[in-house]
Write a protein that binds this ligand. Structure first.
Ligand SMILES: *[C@@H]1O[C@H](CO)[C@@H](O)[C@H](O)[C@H]1NC(C)=O
Ligand SMILES: *[C@@H]1O[C@H](CO)[C@@H](O)[C@H](O)[C@H]1NC(C)=O
Ligand SMILES: *[C@@H]1O[C@H](CO)[C@@H](O)[C@H](O)[C@H]1NC(C)=O
Ligand SMILES: *[C@@H]1O[C@H](CO)[C@@H](O)[C@H](O)[C@H]1NC(C)=O
Ligand SMILES: *[C@@H]1O[C@H](CO)[C@@H](O)[C@H](O)[C@H]1NC(C)=O
Ligand SMILES: *[C@@H]1O[C@H](CO)[C@@H](O)[C@H](O)[C@H]1NC(C)=O
Ligand SMILES: *[C@@H]1O[C@H](CO)[C@@H](O)[C@H](O)[C@H]1NC(C)=O
Ligand SMILES: *[C@@H]1O[C@H](CO)[C@@H](O)[C@H](O)[C@H]1NC(C)=O
Ligand SMILES: *[C@@H]1O[C@H](CO)[C@@H](O)[C@H](O)[C@H]1NC(C)=O
Ligand SMILES: *[C@@H]1O[C@H](CO)[C@@H](O)[C@H](O)[C@H]1NC(C)=O
Ligand SMILES: *[C@@H]1O[C@H](CO)[C@@H](O)[C@H](O)[C@H]1NC(C)=O
Ligand SMILES: *[C@@H]1O[C@H](CO)[C@@H](O)[C@H](O)[C@H]1NC(C)=O
Length: 682
């Protein structure tokens, strides 16, 4: 009994420690080491451009840089994973000196930031003959060895190792990284001056993982593309009992050394986090590493060599010029002075051309009112969807690009992320995250699609879209209207989360036409009556479209369906009629075969109808909508009298004076493309 009480007490204390430790997380992220809280010694120095240099060409010396603030690893108090786990990502470059690769460097976790006693050469500066391979050294190091030396008992240079209490690796392998696309390991040369990313992760229980990857050479201009996706397989994955190595307070940092041969070692960026995953490094923020001084050349060159050399060079220049001109035309873009400030969001046409393999037909994902969409892959491995939108008019372009740039800053888990743009003559290219499951309308309306969605999956999608719309309407720095909410603009990610896409595109379409008259863009059936009548888009018109979207999701059919019997043709009208007759559930998608929660279906139908009211002010806001969907508020009573609803007025529109449409609205060839409606008169 006493024993049980004791263990209960122990449990309570340890969990209390765990909680307090969870709050004491240490993390940082550096790109400019001038601002970093580091203690340096030996050759280590911070260059004016913010680069951390560990070693220079002085032979047989060391350099250290440690984060000044100790990290608490209270291994004695608790065995919880949280208290021991850590992860770090950094980018380094080892620039050979006179063709020599130098000795190498290491990421070090040490009980002291003062490792000035560490030996040069193969000791890599973190141990010496006295401390090497001693249990009271308490050092964990990840070595990046460019010289397989006899002392370390490792034959091959260019390897990565996990070292415990010394330079003898408990695990090591030749430097390489796993390329998921090719499904194989590619060798990586540590010391050729190129920048390399490395991730070191310890889960706090047993596995210590080390993963490497090269920083892409074509430095992407866009901040959105600048986070490199870590290769899916680590180079080293090794069981380590960290509590046997670490003391309570440890310092993290780097150690490098030179032997008789030297190299310049640099750190470009570093992020660290205790108790979780370190922030991914943004490669666009890296300073440029200096390049190696070219080996000096002999000056005695005879004329016999020079003349043919020059003529070859001239020939090559002409050939190069021709190729250059050809490529320039092929990849020509429009870039104006005012666009300079948006350069981070700008992607080169060449990149997009290569990413989509030249906009090949087999990469075509779809084509709609706005243009064609292609699938592509960037050199960093990120999958993208590229939308090519044609435009004829330059007018308003500047404002539109400004909007694209600000849209790129929108971040919400239920918005399709806009990654960047590119502009060519007569054409705008928008680059989005690729969504593997395509668009929602394919699930709802494509009878060929074998996959279908249950009502609760649909409910989940609606909730996601609602939260994205709330973000656009109320939670961002300015009000953003979507203007074209419909099932075909909702994309599904791998986990069938709904993501709202194509925001603001309607606006572009709007500007793309050079007609003086007032015009409004949207899709018939989703356009609120006041929008088609007065041409003013508001958050209420978005809510109306969202309502039409909810109804189409539950009913599994479009807002206007000319193939249906007359009384069912217009969805709102039909739902209202069924509601009035007390047979609301008759409207639910027959493909569900009755397998659905009537409560969920009723909620969606009623909410859809609330949004469809003809008086905009009666429609709920997106914030209220979320509360209704989450079940945190009960929805107001709703009468199903048809006159209250903004019924799409398909037939009559043609007869209205002075009002025309760009697409035909005769029901026979009714299309669900986005349209522009023009207003002649005032
Ligand atoms: C290398 O670094 C040390 C210490 O910062 C400095 O004294 C030395 O002059 C440097 N050597 C070269 C060649 O830059
Ligand atoms: C790094 O910070 C220093 C000092 O704040 C500054 O002078 C330098 O310009 C910065 N370098 C970069 C590349 O931002
Ligand atoms: C830098 O490290 C010192 C030593 O631990 C610490 O006292 C100081 O608060 C740190 N400064 C910053 C800005 O983190
Ligand atoms: C670490 O845990 C031990 C034992 O529970 C405790 O005595 C000590 O104060 C803790 N140290 C820190 C820095 O939290
Ligand atoms: C590198 O090469 C230069 C020129 O050949 C020479 O003067 C210098 O001593 C060399 N440095 C080292 C470290 O070998
Ligand atoms: C390290 O020391 C242990 C004993 O403490 C010994 O068994 C082992 O062989 C040593 N490793 C090397 C590589 O010398
Ligand atoms: C590493 O590369 C060397 C040659 O550079 C080769 O001899 C050795 O077998 C490789 N080691 C491993 C573990 O692949
Ligand atoms: C380490 O790698 C292994 C094997 O790939 C993986 O199962 C494990 O989740 C990884 N651990 C961490 C902390 O990344
Ligand atoms: C790539 O390297 C990793 C780590 O060394 C290894 O687990 C994996 O089997 C290798 N894959 C291939 C295809 O060689
Ligand atoms: C890890 O080491 C600690 C301290 O030596 C020990 O108490 C613990 O049992 C070890 N854990 C494992 C999983 O071996
Ligand atoms: C390793 O360094 C030693 C002396 O510093 C040098 O003689 C040897 O050539 C180097 N080996 C490699 C593989 O670079
Ligand atoms: C992976 O392999 C593919 C196909 O060869 C290549 O296009 C891509 O650049 C490679 N990725 C990396 C990060 O090296």
């Amino acid at each position: 009994m006493a024993k049980a009480l004791q263990s209960l007490l122990f449990y309570l204390i340890t969990s209390a420690c765990m909680i307090s430790l969870m709050f004491a997380q240490d993390q940082f992220e550096y790109y400019n080491f001038s601002k970093a809280n580091l203690s340096l010694d030996g050759m280590a120095t911070i260059l004016p451009n913010g680069l951390l240099q560990l070693t220079n060409k002085t032979a047989l010396k060391t350099g250290h840089a440690f984060y000044k603030v100790p990290i608490e690893f209270n291994s004695s108090s608790s065995t919880s994973a949280e208290s021991l786990s850590f992860s770090t990502e950094f980018a380094f470059a080892i620039v050979p000196e006179n063709g020599s690769l130098g000795q190498g460097m290491a990421f070090v976790v040490s009980p002291t930031p003062d490792l000035s006693y560490g030996g040069a050469s193969s000791f890599l500066g973190f141990v010496n003959t006295r401390t090497n391979n001693k249990t009271d050294t308490h050092i964990l190091a990840i070595e990046l060895d460019t010289n397989g030396s006899a002392e370390a008992d490792e034959k091959s240079g260019n390897h990565v190792g996990i070292d415990v209490n010394g330079i003898f690796s408990v695990a090591s392998d030749n430097a390489s990284y796993f390329n998921g696309t090719e499904g194989k390991n590619n060798t990586l040369v540590l010391a050729n001056g190129r920048s390399i990313l490395i991730w070191i992760e310890y889960d706090g229980i047993d596995k210590l993982n080390v993963t490497l990857a090269p920083v892409p050479t074509t430095k992407p201009g866009s901040p959105f593309l600048s986070k490199f996706i870590k290769p899916s397989l680590p180079l080293l994955s090794r069981t380590i009992n960290i509590s046997e190595i670490f003391m309570e307070r440890m310092f993290v940092g780097f150690s490098g050394s030179t032997g008789t041969l030297t190299s310049n070692q640099y750190i470009l960026g570093w992020s660290f986090k205790k108790g979780g995953k370190a922030e991914s490094l943004d490669m666009s923020k890296f300073p440029n590493p200096p390049v190696s001084s070219p080996p000096s050349k002999s000056k005695s060159k005879s004329l016999q060599i020079i003349v043919p050399t020059i003529s070859t060079i001239v020939l090559l220049l002409i050939l190069g010029g021709a190729i250059y001109l050809y490529k320039k035309k092929k990849y020509a873009e429009v870039l104006e002075q005012w666009e300079k400030e948006y350069s981070p969001q700008r992607l080169s046409f060449r990149t997009l051309f290569k990413a989509t393999k030249g906009f090949k037909e087999n990469r075509l994902l779809g084509a709609g009112g706005f243009g064609k969409v292609y699938k592509g892959e960037l050199p960093s491995g990120i999958q993208i969807a590229v939308k090519r939108v044609s435009h004829d008019v330059e007018q308003g372009m500047q404002q539109y690009v400004a909007e694209v740039a600000s849209m790129g800053r929108l971040r919400h888990k239920n918005l399709v992320q806009l990654l960047g743009y590119c502009r060519r003559k007569g054409e705008l290219l928008l680059v989005y995250d690729y969504m593997p499951n395509g668009s929602l309308d394919d699930y709802l309306f494509n009878t060929q699609n074998p996959k279908s969605l249950s009502l609760s999956q649909r409910f989940h999608i609606v909730k996601g879209v609602a939260s994205a719309l709330l973000y656009l309407h109320e939670d961002w720095e300015q009000v953003v209207l979507h203007r074209d909410i419909k099932a075909s603009n909702i994309l599904l990610d791998a986990n069938l989360n709904g993501k709202l896409g194509d925001f603001g595109l309607a606006r572009f379409h709007d500007r793309g036409m050079n007609i003086e008259a007032t015009r409004v863009v949207g899709t018939i059936g989703y356009m609120a009556p006041e929008l088609t009548a007065m041409g003013v888009a508001t958050t209420w018109t978005d809510v109306y479209a969202f309502g039409a979207f909810m109804l189409e999701v539950v009913c599994g059919r479009r807002p206007v369906d000319p193939d249906k019997p007359r009384e069912e043709m217009i969805l709102i009208k039909w739902v209202a009629t069924c509601g009035k007759n007390g047979v609301l559930m008759d409207t639910v998608d027959s493909k569900l075969e009755g397998n659905f929660s009537a409560k969920e279906a009723e909620l969606l139908l009623k909410l859809g109808m609330l949004c469809s009211q003809s008086n905009p002010e009666n429609r709920p806001s997106m914030r209220q909508m979320i509360q209704y969907l989450e079940g945190n508020a009960s929805i107001p009573d709703i009468s199903f009298d048809t006159y209250e609803f903004g019924i799409p007025n398909i037939r009559e529109r043609n007869n209205e004076t002075g009002t025309t449409q760009t697409t035909t609205s005769s029901l026979a060839n009714f299309s669900y493309d986005t349209v522009t409606v023009l207003f002649g008169g005032r």
